[in-house]
Ligand binder design. Structure first.
Ligand SMILES: NC(=O)c1ccc[n+]([C@@H]2O[C@H](COP(=O)([O-])OP(=O)(O)OC[C@H]3O[C@@H](n4cnc5c(N)ncnc54)[C@H](OP(=O)(O)O)[C@@H]3O)[C@@H](O)[C@H]2O)c1
Length: 354
């Protein structure tokens, strides 16, 4: 199956590209400003504001499935009109489409929001996302719309970076104790999106974690996982700030979860202390690893007959040397930007030679 990941250079898009490739799909990814690091992915420049550009990409790639993981913040032509234009193109080419939406379409006036809840956005971004999902379903009635919440994972989300900057004292600000969401791990979200696509799901689906946490609690969980000092994270009240937006929005994903094999873990589970930020564990002998498991349980790395592991973000094999005490991945034939901290690698691989 040929899969087109729109916004493949973004945070969620990068994980979608990785999982789609791992599942054996021919995967083409798009970027707006610069290609992502996943390689060798077939990259295409695509600006959803440009109908000609969109038609050229669709007619060339002829995907069986499009997943729209693009984001244009509150910019109406990108975030509201772009996805509708994409859904029209998908309908024209007979392509399935899964469109990623957001809990920002809700005001927070209700406590829980399930798939039957109607959008009542209170921000320009929420309004654009609400318009997009309504338009996508109008022009492509077999589309699937997947609403999600704060996306966390690999230490690379904006939310994790904010926590690291606050803990390091390199950024001013507070984490709100009254701003509640249901974060999801990017690995779970990408797997669930691909599963919805494989099941030919249509209509609206909620893909968020089951734990409702404040931004401050989320920050503490991230700090504890990453060995940072939680007391460095200042707390505040969003209600007392000038920021627009909903306070407490809890996506109820139970109905969609019941239809999925993928488990959408809660933040308290996937951020529990001791869980690695990213990486893998290796068991084996002095002749090489016999078993390799990523911390992302649905993405086992393949083990070759010779001692070798694959990189998370590129399909070329990275040979390790089990004879060396400091066995490590040789990045020469691999990507230069490993998506996990390099410092994790020697200790993880050391276990393969012990
Ligand atoms: N991150 C969250 O916590 C969160 C929460 C709820 C919902 N969501 C939704 O999840 C999806 C993915 O979010 P994300 O955080 O992964 O986004 P992201 O990292 O900001 O990536 C956005 C992607 O969209 C592309 N893009 C920007 N402008 C475009 C345009 N005019 N035409 C086509 N592509 C364009 C970007 O390309 P370049 O990088 O090349 O510019 C990039 O690939 C979005 O729909 C977002 O609304 C995210």
């Amino acid at each position: 199956m040929t899969v087109l990941i729109v916004g493949g250079s973004g945070f969620l898009g990068t994980e979608l590209v990785r999982q789609a490739r791992a599942a054996g799909h021919s995967t083409v990814a798009t970027y707006a400003t610069k290609p992502g690091s996943a390689s060798p992915t077939a990259w295409r420049h695509l600006d959803l504001r440009d109908a000609g550009n969109l038609d050229a990409v669709m007619s060339e790639v002829r995907p069986h499935l499009v997943i729209n993981a693009s984001s244009g913040s509150a910019h109406w032509p990108t975030t509201a009109e772009g996805p509708i234009r994409l859904a029209m193109a998908a309908a024209k080419y007979g392509t399935r489409i899964v469109h990623v939406s957001s809990d920002a379409i809700f005001s927070g006036s209700d406590l829980d929001y399930d798939e039957s809840s109607l959008p009542d956005p209170v921000t320009p971004y929420g309004a654009a996302k609400a318009a997009a999902e309504t338009g996508v379903l109008a022009v492509h009635p077999k589309a699937a719309v997947a609403r999600t919440s704060l996306i966390i994972g690999h230490g690379r989300s904006v939310h994790e970076k904010v926590v690291h900057d606050l803990a390091a004292g390199t950024r001013d600000g507070v984490l709100f104790t009254d701003d509640i969401r249901c974060p999801v791990h990017v690995t779970d979200l990408a797997a669930a999106l691909l599963e919805l696509a494989a099941a030919n799901a249509t209509g609206i689906h909620h893909l968020a974690g089951p734990d409702a946490v404040s931004r401050h609690e989320l920050g503490i969980l991230i700090a504890e996982r990453d060995g940072l000092d939680p007391s460095m994270l200042p707390a505040g009240l969003r209600a007392e700030s000038a920021l627009l937006g909903a306070l407490d929005v809890r996506l109820d994903s139970r109905a969609t979860q019941r239809s999925l094999h993928t488990t959408l873990r809660g933040a308290r589970q996937f951020l529990r202390p001791g869980s690695a930020r990213a990486g893998f564990s290796v068991t084996g002998t002095t002749t090489g690893p016999t078993s390799v498991t990523t911390v992302f349980d649905r993405v086992p790395l393949r083990v070759l007959p010779e001692p070798a592991l694959s990189c998370f973000s590129c399909p070329r094999w990275s040979v390790i040397s089990p004879s060396r005490a400091d066995s490590r991945i040789l990045f020469g034939n691999c990507c230069s930007r490993p998506p996990w901290p390099v410092s994790l690698i020697p200790s993880a691989l050391a276990r393969s030679t012990s």
